[in-house]
Design a protein around this ligand. Structure first.
Ligand code: NAD
Ligand code: UFG
Length: 338
C-alpha cells in the first residue's frame, strides 16, 4: 500500500538511507529535521539517488504547533522516528538535554500523532537497551538495563510505547533495536558525517586511513574475545534501512507492538575490522592500544531469527561491502570539501 511517511531525523545517517529505501519502495516521504546533527543538502542527494526528492521541513519534534500543521497539511499515514541525540559520552555530561530532546520530543510527537489519528510509528531503539548482556547472541527477551542517560532515553521510550499499546491496542508500533550501523549508500552520495572527532569505530578508521587522523586508538585488548579487542555486530546501513520498510509493511497488516533486533548475527572484533578495511581498500590504518573506554562491553551481537521470521528480513551486505562503501563515502567527502 502506498503511503506518506513522516521521517523525523530524515537528514541524519540512518534516516537518510531509510528515505531512499522508502522512496524506492514507492512511498511518499516528508522529512522533519532540525539539522542539529545533519545538513539540508542531504535532501538533494536523496533526490539524485531516487530521481525524486522527499518533502523537507526544517523544524523540531518538540514544536507541537509545527507538528500539528504537518499532520494537517500532509496526508501522513505513518511516522518513522529517528530524531534524537545519540552520543553516549555527551549524554553523561548533558543528561537533561538528552531526556528533554529524546523523551519529551517523542512524547510530543506521540500526542500530536494521536490528535491527528496517525497511529503507526517505527521507532529507532538500540542494542544499548541490553546493557552488558550475560551472553551472546542476544534475543529480544533478554533483560534490559542501561549504562548511560542516552541508553535510559531508549529504555523510557520503549516503555512509553509498550504502555501506550497496552492502553490503546489500535496503535501499530515497532521498536527496532539496531546493533552497529556502518557503511554508506553505494552511490557515495549519502553517509555518516560526524561533527568533530568521531566516537564510533568505522568513521574513525576511515578518517585515519584518509590521513585526517594520525592513528586509531583501540580501547583495550584484554577482553575475553577472539583477539582481546571488543566485538560488535556491524550492520550495513542500507540493510538496516530496508529493515524499516519491512517493519512498516508488517505493521500495515496488523495492529501490534513489534520488538525486533536488527543486526547480522555475526560478531567482528576491532582488529578484524581494521584488517578487513585495509584489505578491502588497499590502505593502511595505523593504530595503538590504550586502556578500555569507560562503559564499553566486551561483546555484543544479535540473534536475528525473529526479524527473519516476522519480517522476512535479513542482512545481505558483507563486511567487505561495509568497508568499501565507507571508504567511497570518506573519499567523496574529501573531494567535496573546498
Ligand atoms: P543522526 O544524528 O545522524 O540523525 C539524527 C537526526 O535527528 C539528525 O539529523 C538530527 O539533526 C535530528 N534531530 C535530533 N534532534 C531533533 C529534534 N529535536 N527535532 C528534529 N530533528 C532532530 O543519528 P543516526 O545515527 O542516524 O541515528 C538515528 C536514530 O537511531 C537515533 O534515534 C539514534 O539514537 C538511533 N540509533 C543509532 C545508532 C547508531 O549507531 N548510529 C544505533 C542505535 C540507535
Ligand atoms: N573502538 C575503538 N576505538 C575507537 C572507537 C571504538 O577501539 O576509536 C571500539 C570500541 O571499544 C568497541 C568497538 O570499537 O569495542 C565499537 O565501538 P563504537 O563506538 O563504534 O560502537 P559501540 O558498540 O560502543 O556503541 C554503539 C553506538 C551507541 C550504542 C551502542 C549499543 O554508538 O550509540 O552501540 O547499541 F549505544
Amino acid at each position: 500500500m502506498k503511503t506518506t511517511i513522516l521521517v523525523t531525523g530524515g537528514t541524519g545517517f540512518i534516516g537518510s538511507h531509510t528515505c531512499v529505501a522508502l522512496l524506492e519502495a514507492g512511498h511518499d516521504v516528508v522529512v522533519l529535521d532540525n539539522l542539529c546533527n545533519s545538513d539540508a543538502t542531504v535532501i538533494k542527494r536523496i533526490g539524485q539517488i531516487c530521481n525524486r526528492e522527499p518533502g523537507f521541513i526544517e523544524g523540531d519534534i518538540r514544536d507541537s504547533a509545527l507538528l500539528k500543521n504537518i499532520f494537517d497539511e500532509h496526508n501522513v499515514n505513518a511516522v518513522m522516528h529517528f530524531a534524537g541525540l545519540k552520543a553516549v559520552g555527551d549524554s553523561v555530561q548533558l543528561p537533561l538535554a538528552y531526556y528533554e530532546n529524546n523523551v519529551s520530543g517523542t512524547l510530543n510527537l506521540l500526542m500530536t500523532m494521536r490528535a491527528a489519528a496517525v497511529k503507526t510509528m517505527v521507532f529507532s531503539s538500540s542494542a544499548t537497551v541490553y546493557g552488558n548482556p550475560a551472553s551472546v547472541p542476544i534475543t529480544e527477551d533478554f533483560p534490559r538495563s542501561t549504562t548511560s542517560p542516552y541508553g535510559a532515553t531508549k529504555l523510557v521510550i520503549e516503555d512509553i510505547l509498550a504502555d501506550l499499546y497496552q492502553a490503546e491496542p489500535d496503535w501499530r508500533l515497532a521498536r527496532l533495536r539496531y546493533f552497529n550501523p556502518v557503511g554508506a549508500h553505494e552511490s557515495g552520495l549519502i553517509g555518516e558525517n560526524p561533527r568533530g572527532v568521531p566516537n564510533n569505530l568505522m568513521p574513525f578508521i576511515a578518517q585515519t586511513a584518509a590521513g585526517l587522523r594520525e592513528e586509531l586508538t583501540i580501547f583495550g585488548d584484554n577482553y575475553d574475545t577472539i583477539d582481546g579487542t571488543g566485538v560488535r555486530d556491524y550492520l550495513h546501513v542500507v540493510d538496516l534501512a530496508n529493515g524499516h520498510v519491512a517493519a512498516l509493511d508488517y505493521l500495515q497488516q496488523r495492529q501490534e507492538l513489534l520488538t525486533v533486533n536488527l543486526g547480522t548475527g555475526q560478531g567482528i572484533s576491532v582488529l578484524e575490522m581494521i584488517s578487513a578495511f585495509e584489505k578491502t581498500n588497499h590502505c593502511n590504518v595505523p593504530y595503538r592500544i590504550s586502556d578500555r573506554r569507560t562503559g564499553d562491553i566486551a561483546k555484543c551481537w544479535a540473534d536475528t531469527r525473529l526479524a527473519c521470521q516476522l519480517l522476512g528480513w535479513q542482512s545481505s551486505r558483507t563486511l567487505e561491502n561495509m568497508c568499501a562503501d565507507s571508504w567511497r563515502w570518506q573519499n567523496s567527502l574529501r573531494n567535496s570539501t573546498p
